[in-house]
Ligand binder design. Structure first.
Ligand SMILES: [Cu+2]
Length: 378
């Protein structure tokens, strides 16, 4: 796992420097200098000093994996693109790893066959997140985000109603627009703000693909919950963020923290509700200069099980079970924020992997996650 993490890190760095060069070149064509521009600064702390004096810091944004982390000054716009890639591998129940042969000793909630017969072995998820921010005043920043999602899951099918004979493998894929969120960030103090928002169910929850059954047939079925593109419900988004940027004269260290919850409102058209999610994170950043900072971060994620059931999702596989979706996970992340000259563009990346994970399983284990970011504020 470590090797993969390192390899992914190197790849991400290469990607990053490629993107950086491209951005550096294109910057030449952007023309005039804007005195008040910051690719999204928050160091709005001193209103009395006037805007021209406000300079952005690389660490005035949290690590790029943190959403809704910063505000803007009145009249500022920002657009952003954040590609996110997540890899999951292998299975776990509670805190214990399970081989595919161990997974199929677990009971099947649909009773026939008595135990699970299909085991997911690997999953990848890519999200292309597009965001817009606008601040009508110094106290409020509005934020909209939508995403294009691609998911892929590999499985082993075991033959017949019992036994450990492997019949074959199959892969399911889904892709499309995910859910869309609209939020307001409200300033509470010099380094504090709250988030209040709603997630709109723009992602499809009826995605299908062809599977291989234990009987050797290949029907096209509605795919399990985690392969769907959205929640199907309107969700409330609530959070609070504190971000203290480095004060170069005193210390190059900055730090911050955030709480963020996704609370599902009601039931979707297929008679179920995804579990609420709660995230608590804290980070420390170190600034080499105003323009470049690195960070380490811990994030705790709690996700609840699904309430209700989609009557069409019924298969001897763990992912089809609404009671095998909840988890607690602690992630460790390493990040980098770079504010390009003229302060209009920011490039960021963050790599993270779980330190510990506990789940109502069996469920797939998270391997690692990479988030890249390009943010532009004219
Ligand atoms: Cu912004």
């Amino acid at each position: 796992m470590k090797v993969i993490f390192l390899a992914a890190g190197t790849l991400a760095m290469q990607l990053f420097s490629a993107v950086t060069c491209a951005a550096d070149n294109s910057k030449q064509h952007l023309g005039g200098y804007h005195a008040s521009s910051h690719a999204g600064s928050v160091s709005v702390s001193s209103d009395d000093q006037g805007r021209a004096k406000n300079q952005a810091h690389a660490d005035s944004h949290a690590p790029i994996g943190v959403m809704g982390d910063h505000m803007h000054q009145a009249g500022e716009w920002m657009v952003s693109y954040r590609p996110m890639y997540m890899s999951m591998k292998g299975n776990q129940n509670g805190g214990t790893s399970l081989s595919p042969e161990q997974v199929i000793t677990q009971p099947n909630r649909f009773a026939m066959p008595p135990n699970l017969r299909v085991v997911p072995t690997e999953m990848t998820m890519s999200m292309h997140m597009l965001g817009v921010m606008y601040a009508p005043s110094d106290r409020v920043t509005l934020m909209g985000m939508t995403q294009y999602v691609e998911k892929e899951m590999d499985h082993i099918t075991f033959q017949g109603m019992s036994g450990t004979t492997r019949l074959g493998n199959f892969t399911t894929k889904t892709s499309g627009i995910g859910d869309t969120s609209l939020s307001a960030l409200i300033k509470l103090g010099p380094a504090w703000h709250a988030q209040v928002g709603v997630s709109l169910p723009t992602g499809d929850i009826k995605q299908t693909d062809t599977v291989l059954t234990p009987m050797g047939t290949n029907p096209t079925l509605r795919l399990p919950y985690m392969m769907q593109l959205g929640s199907g419900t309107y969700d409330a988004l609530l959070g609070a963020t504190y971000n203290r940027v480095a004060r170069p004269a005193k210390s190059n260290f900055g730090w911050g923290g955030q709480w963020r919850s996704t609370l599902r409102l009601g039931e979707n058209s297929e008679d179920y509700t995804f579990g609420d999610e709660h995230r608590l994170t804290g980070w420390i950043s170190y600034s080499f200069s105003r323009a470049l900072s690195v960070s380490t971060r811990l994030e705790w994620l709690n996700r609840e099980n699904i309430d209700g059931i989609d009557a069409v999702i019924m298969a001897p596989v763990q992912t089809a079970d609404p009671d095998r979706q909840g988890l607690d996970r602690l992630d460790f992340g390493l990040g980098l924020n770079w504010l390009l000259p003229k302060q209009q563009h920011r490039l960021s990346m963050e790599l993270s992997m779980p330190l510990t994970e506990h789940m109502d399983g069996p469920q797939m284990k998270t391997d690692y996650q990479i988030v890249l970011g390009w943010q532009y504020s004219p």
